[in-house]
Design a protein around this ligand. Sequence first.
Ligand SMILES: Nc1nc2c(c(=O)[nH]1)N[C@H]1C(S)=C(S)[C@@H](COP(=O)(O)O)O[C@H]1N2
Ligand SMILES: [Mo]
Length: 195
Amino acid sequence: MSGEVLPPGQRLAKGWPVSHYGPVPRFREERWNLQVFGATDAGRTYSWTFGEVRELPTATLTTDLHCASGTTTVGHEFFGVPAAVLLALAPPAPQVTHVMAWAEYGYSANLRLADFAAERTLLATHHDGEPLTVEHGFPLRLVVPHLFGYKGPKWLRGIEYMTQDRRGFWEERGYHNIADPWAGQRHSYQEDEAT
Ligand SMILES: Nc1nc2c(c(=O)[nH]1)N[C@H]1C(S)=C(S)[C@@H](COP(=O)(O)O)O[C@H]1N2
Ligand SMILES: [Mo]
């Protein structure tokens, strides 16, 4: 158990409930790829098959997951490819300030480049030593340990480099653009509050 202290307003949930919007996509390996596109430094799009993703350098981290609706689950061990590895393999242009993380069915989450580049941000393939279950994002899920769960798309398919910010799926629907759980950043109306 890694989290004795929860962010303000969060309560501990038992087990690992599944929560997302819409249906669970079916994985077809022959149609799957991970793309990095938008404002890359080389001006080209990068693409990896699932087999190629599994060949990339990996890391393990333990984190709690905080859903903005108020539940926290603790002690998740994720294994996968650090976002920093992707940034090194597919360098962003110098003007890039934000990324959009894209999932199946058009789900998206915008992140400041610094949040995506953070040391513990991970493109996870495994949880507690097992491949992710399909409900929790198999084959690939973004984990951003220092932000609310909606910043971590399950069924991740792409990273778009952006030279200005643009709101993602929940951010367009009233959720906070930054989503720091320790600062209680749940709702977009809080963005107007004095910092
Ligand atoms: N593709 C996709 N990813 C998503 C979501 C979603 O609706 N679609 N919901 C997010 C939210 S709000 C949370 S709290 C976590 C929940 O992850 P879990 O079901 O593994 O607990 O997934 C995040 N990733
Ligand atoms: Mo959530």
